[in-house]
Write a protein that binds this ligand. Structure first.
Ligand code: FES
Length: 114
C-alpha cells in the first residue's frame, strides 16, 4: 500500500505562461471556437455575450434581459456545443476554454420549433 506524504513547506512552482489578458473587472480571458472562428471570452461570460462581443449578432433571443433574473425560458438562443447531447441556451450557458460552439446547426431548428 502506497503512502503519500503531503509536504506543505515546499513552494508551488508555476512556469510563467505570459501575461494574462483580463477584462475591466479582472476576469482572465481564454479562447473558444464559435462558428469556426477562434474568439476571446472572459471567465463568467455567457455564450450569448461572447457571440455578441465577437460580432455574431444573429442569435435570436427573447428572455435575455439585463433587467430580469436569468430564466432561459424561451429557448430561442439555443446553440450546439460539441460533446453535448442537446442544444443549450446561449444566454445561460457559461463559456469555457476550448468549447466548440455552432450557432447555426441544422439540428437546432427543430428544437426551437418544439
Ligand atoms: S434568450 Fe431565452 S432562453 Fe436564451
Amino acid at each position: 500500500m502506497a503512502v503519500t506524504i503531503r509536504d506543505n513547506l515546499s513552494p508551488i512552482v508555476q512556469e510563467p505562461t505570459g501575461p494574462v489578458v483580463r477584462n475591466e473587472v479582472g476576469h482572465p480571458s481564454f479562447t473558444l471556437t464559435m462558428d469556426g472562428k477562434t474568439v476571446q471570452a472572459y471567465e463568467g461570460q455567457t455564450l450569448l455575450s461572447v457571440a455578441i462581443d465577437n460580432g455574431i449578432t444573429d442569435i435570436p433571443n427573447l428572455c435575455d434581459d439585463e433587467k430580469l433574473e436569468p430564466a432561459a425560458t424561451c429557448r430561442m438562443c439555443v446553440v450546439h456545443i460539441e460533446g453535448e447531447p442537446r442544444p443549450l441556451p446561449a444566454c445561460s450557458t457559461a463559456a469555457l476554454p476550448g468549447m466548440v460552439v455552432t450557432t447555426k446547426h441544422i439540428s437546432i431548428s427543430p428544437a426551437i420549433s418544439n
